[in-house]
Design a protein. Structure first.
Ligand code: AMP
Ligand code: MG
Length: 418
C-alpha cells in the first residue's frame, strides 16, 4: 500500500503521481466505520440495517393451535376410522381463533375448531372437517388422525430464545412481519448516513431548468442523490455553487456540521478554479488527490475530523465512476451495509477487444448483445449517455493491457434484473 502523500497545492501543476485504486479502498476500509444506532418502530424499518441481533423472547406461536378447520379430539380414539365405520364423538363446544377457551375435551368428545384457534385442553389432534359428518351433537370421524396431526406446535415457527435476525440484516418486508410476530415495538438499526452533495461549477444551472447560452444543467446532483438513496443514505444537495473559494469553503464548513459524509462534485482537479482539494487540505486532511483510474483520475479523498470527503470530478461519467469506486463504499459502510457493489455480476465473453493502459484501472461501459459484451465506442468522460446506453461496466485491472476478443469478463449490471 502506498503511503499517503503530503499535500501541496497542486493547482496548475497537474498530478505528479496517482494513488492506486487499491490503496484508496484500503484507506476507506481502515478509516470508515459504521455509524451509531437508533431505535425505531419496526413498522417503518423496511430497508434499514439491523444494528444488533434480535432474539425472540416468546415462542411463536405461543400456544398449540389448529392448522385446519375441523374437530379437536384425542387422536388415538380415531385410529381405525374409515368411511364405512366412522367413529362418533360428542361435540362439547366450539373454539374460535383469538378466543380463550375453557373447553376440556374428554374421552369420546370433540370440539369444533377453526384454523388458528388454540387447541383445547385434553385434545391432541385436529380431524379435518372434510373427514367428518355432523348429526346434531354428534360428529362422525372417517379418517384416522394420529396425535399431533394438523396442529401447529408452540414454538414451531420461532423457538423462545432463537436469534431471528442477525446484525447487518437489511430488513425485508417479511422481516417486519416477523418482528411484529415476536411482539417487538422497537428495533435497533444503524443510522442512515446524511450525504451532503456539494455541487460546484460556474457553468452550472440548477437541475430541472433548461440550459441556456453557454451554461449547462447540473447532471450530477440528481444522479448522486439517487445513488446515495439507493445505498441507504439521506442526500442533501447544496448548490450548484460558483467556483468561488469562499462560497465553497463555507458550504463545506456548514455541511460538515450535520452530514456524515461530504461529496463534492466538480473542481476536483488541478486547474485554477479547482478549489476543493486545497480547501480540504486546509480544513482537514487531503489523504488522496489523483487516482490511477479512468475516467475518474481527478478524484480525491479526505477527512474533516471523522467525516469522509470524496472529491468527484465534474464530468458526469467520471463522477459516476468515482461514486461507484469510492463514495458508494463509504456511504454503504457508514450505514452498515456490505461495501461491495449492489450491481449484479455476470461473466460473459467479449465480442470485441477491450483495450486499456497498464498502470490504471479502467471503468469501461459496455452493452450486452446476444450474450456477448460490446464495449461502447464513445467512451469520453463527458458522454453521460454512454452510461445510460450501457447495460453495465467491466473493470480492467491496472496490470492488464485490456482483454482480447472472446475473453470472459465480469459485467457489473446497473440493473438488478434483465
Ligand atoms: P470539473 O470537474 O469542474 O473540472 O468539470 C469537468 C467537466 O464536467 C466540465 O466540462 C464541466 O462543465 C462538467 N461538469 C461539472 N460539473 C457538472 C455537473 N454537475 N453536471 C454536468 N456536468 C458537469
Ligand atoms: Mg469546474
Amino acid at each position: 500500500m502506498e503511503p499517503a502523500r503530503p499535500f501541496h497545492d497542486p493547482r496548475m501543476r497537474g498530478f505528479r503521481s496517482r494513488t492506486s485504486v487499491e490503496a484508496v479502498l484500503a484507506l476507506i476500509d481502515r478509516r470508515v466505520g459504521r455509524l451509531s444506532l437508533e431505535s425505531i418502530d419496526p413498522r417503518s424499518a423496511a430497508g434499514r440495517v439491523m444494528a444488533s441481533e434480535v432474539v425472540a423472547e416468546a415462542p411463536v406461536p405461543a400456544f398449540d393451535r389448529a392448522a385446519m378447520d375441523g374437530y379437536a379430539v384425542r387422536g388415538e380414539e380415531t385410529l381405525g376410522a374409515d368411511s364405512y365405520s366412522p367413529i362418533p364423538f360428542t361435540i362439547v363446544g366450539r373454539v374460535r381463533p383469538g378466543a380463550v377457551s375453557t373447553i376440556r375435551v374428554g374421552p369420546g368428545e370433540a370440539a369444533e375448531i377453526a384454523t388458528g384457534a388454540p387447541l383445547p385442553a385434553g385434545a391432541d389432534t385436529v380431524v379435518r372437517v372434510e373427514a367428518t359428518e355432523v348429526d346434531g351433537r354428534i360428529v362422525r370421524v372417517s379418517e384416522p388422525t394420529p396425535p399431533g396431526r394438523h396442529v401447529g406446535r408452540e414454538g414451531e415457527d420461532i423457538a423462545r430464545g432463537a436469534v431471528v435476525l442477525s446484525a447487518g440484516r437489511v430488513l425485508r418486508p417479511q422481516d417486519l412481519g416477523l418482528l411484529s410476530s415476536i411482539g417487538l415495538d422497537r428495533v435497533e438499526v444503524v443510522r442512515r448516513p446524511v450525504v451532503a452533495i456539494i455541487v460546484t461549477g460556474d457553468e452550472l444551472q440548477p437541475a430541472g431548468i433548461r440550459p441556456d447560452g453557454s451554461r449547462i444543467a447540473d447532471a450530477n446532483s440528481p444522479m448522486l442523490a439517487a445513488l446515495a438513496c439507493r445505498d441507504g443514505g439521506i442526500p442533501a444537495v447544496i448548490g450548484p455553487l460558483p467556483d468561488d473559494r469562499e462560497a465553497i469553503r463555507s458550504a463545506i464548513v456548514d455541511a460538515a456540521r450535520s452530514a456524515d459524509v461530504l461529496l463534492i462534485s466538480g473542481g476536483s482537479s488541478t486547474g485554477p478554479e479547482d478549489h476543493a482539494p486545497g480547501l480540504i487540505a486546509e480544513l482537514g486532511e487531503l489523504a488522496v488527490h489523483g487516482v490511477a483510474i479512468r475516467p475518474a483520475s481527478p478524484a480525491g479523498l479526505g477527512f474533516l475530523g471523522p467525516i469522509p470527503v470524496v472529491l468527484l470530478p465534474g464530468n458526469p461519467v467520471s463522477c459516476l465512476c468515482a461514486y461507484d469506486f469510492f463514495a458508494g463504499p463509504i456511504v454503504r459502510r457508514l450505514g452498515g451495509r456490505p461495501p461491495g457493489w449492489p450491481y449484479r455480476p455476470r461473466v460473459l465473453p467479449l465480442a470485441r477487444k477491450l483495450a486499456s493502459v497498464v498502470g490504471r484501472v479502467d471503468y469501461a461501459r459496455v452493452s450486452v448483445v446476444d450474450g456477448r459484451v460490446e464495449p461502447l465506442a464513445i467512451s469520453g468522460a463527458s458522454i453521460l449517455s454512454s452510461t445510460t446506453r450501457a447495460d453495465g461496466f467491466v473493470v480492467i485491472p491496472a496490470d492488464l493491457e485490456g482483454h482480447p476478443e472472446g475473453a470472459s469478463v465480469t459485467v457489473w449490471h446497473y440493473d438488478q434484473d434483465g
